[in-house]
Design a protein around this ligand. Structure first.
Ligand code: ADP
Ligand code: ZN
Length: 211
């Protein structure tokens, strides 16, 4: 199954994607995580992406589409994959079609702007493996280190409140139109984001028919 998780920054796409990824044994592909990795390693794509990511703007399509195309060509994507954070514009969605990638379902996580601002202020990220946490909604088991790899938990630079505001503006202007795009294809399913991660997971699994 090829799945897209869609929604505003901080809606919980990464968290739900990780859970579904384990259940279905298919990889999650997060363009945001790949970009952060490229920035950390100072690759050519990373260097061209850095200023956009830091300011909450979208990275140019050529860069993101290039990274994604390489990743989708890898062996582990053959039996399906989950996209988290891609596509974010209509041209990006069209690029998927040009690559002959068929999408089965687009899960739209519906969360209000007020909730987003509150959530992102508590978000933490593993510095080593990138796994997301939240101080209140999804804390690491031992309180300070990553459950998966023991890495240090950090605050993402673009979770700064001023940058969050511009990420939300970017979302409404450039990304939200994709909802109508996928709705017209009949593959959009809305999931109302819940307070508890586990409750959103229930709705997500039900939408996928894998309870
Ligand atoms: P979030 O969904 O919480 O905003 P991501 O990790 O998905 O976080 O993205 C972080 C940043 O990476 C974005 O603000 C943007 O600058 C860049 N980015 C990620 N995915 C894309 C994409 N598909 N197109 C353009 N820029 C992207
Ligand atoms: Zn980790």
């Amino acid at each position: 199954m090829n799945i897209i998780f869609f929604g505003p920054p901080g809606a919980g796409k990464g968290t739900q994607a990780e859970i579904v990824s384990k259940r279905l044994q298919i990889p999650t592909i997060s363009t945001g995580a790949m970009l952060r990795e490229a920035i950390k390693k100072e690759t050519a794509s990373g260097l061209s992406a850095k200023s956009y990511v830091d300011s909450g703007a979208l990275v140019p399509n050529e860069v993101v589409i290039g990274i994604l195309k390489d990743r989708l060509a890898e062996e582990d994507c053959k039996n399906g994959f989950i996209l988290d954070g891609f596509p974010r514009t209509i041209p990006q969605a069209e690029a998927l079609e040009k690559m002959d990638i068929r999408i089965d379902v687009v899960l739209s996580l519906e969360v209000s702007d007020e909730t987003i601002v509150e959530r992102l202020s508590g978000r933490r990220l593993c510095a080593s493996c990138g796994n997301p946490y939240h101080v209140k909604y999804n804390p690491p088991k031992d309180g300070s280190r990553c459950d998966k790899c023991g890495g240090e938990l950090i605050v993402r630079r673009d979770d700064d409140p001023a940058v969050v505001k511009s990420r939300l503006d970017t979302y409404h202007e450039e990304t939200e139109p994709l909802k109508a795009y996928y709705e017209s294809k009949g593959i959009l399913k809305k999931i109302i984001g819940q307070e508890e991660v586990a409750d959103t997971t229930k709705l997500t699994l039900a939408a996928l028919g894998i309870e």
